[in-house]
Write a protein that binds this ligand. Structure first.
Ligand code: FE
Length: 189
């Protein structure tokens, strides 16, 4: 997979190859969405691992080969699982768990925050139903027992805000130190 390439170079290359793809049904690209989400995490003083999770939370969309608006055709790509599987080679659960849970966190917030569902963009509202709709009370209780669930809820809130066309935010290169610092020890060596 990575060969002799440094792990962070593999990630940069993935964004170079696929980052210009449109972010779902939104008016921004994948890389713009990733950088805006990461910047919101930094603005809220998130720990480095959560900043990295914010930056990489949608890499699953960059890894699959379906058109980027598949949700519009009623297909759920389970991008959170695809991304987590790929990233777990490089990062531990402090990075991958919030990513794996960020779709469930949307279902959680729809069940627990009455204003939240109303703020979702039309594309996000459409995908919600493919993702299972709002959680039931028992699903909410179970979710709050999953490690890192609260990090996933934070990530989700930034994810939903990170859809501003033409917003200028720090570049991918500015996350190099955080990416390297979050790598698993054996990948870093
Ligand atoms: Fe996202």
């Amino acid at each position: 997979m990575a060969g002799n390439m440094a792990a962070t170079d593999v990630i940069v290359q993935l964004f170079e190859q696929r980052g210009a793809d449109r972010y779902g049904g939104e008016a921004i690209s994948q890389i713009e969405h990733a950088l805006q989400t990461a910047h919101l995490a930094v603005s809220h003083d998130a720990a480095d691992a959560l900043v990295v999770a914010a930056l990489l939370h949608d890499v699953g969309h960059l890894l699959h080969t379906m058109p980027d608006d598949v949700a519009g055709f009623g297909i759920d790509m389970r991008h959170e699982e695809l991304g987590t599987d790929w990233l777990s080679t490089y990062f531990g659960p402090e990075v991958t768990a919030p990513i794996r849970l960020h779709v469930a966190a949307k279902r959680y917030l729809c069940a627990t925050d009455s204003e939240y569902a109303g703020r979702l963009s039309p594309a996000s509202r459409q995908s919600l139903f493919l993702q299972g709709g709002p959680m039931s009370a028992s699903e909410v209780a179970a979710f709050e027992l999953v490690p890192n669930w609260d990090q996933a809820v934070l990530l989700r809130a930034w994810d939903d805000e990170a859809k501003v066309p033409d917003l200028v935010v720090p570049s991918l290169a500015s996350y190099q130190r955080r990416l390297e610092g979050a790598l698993r020890r054996k990948v870093r060596a």
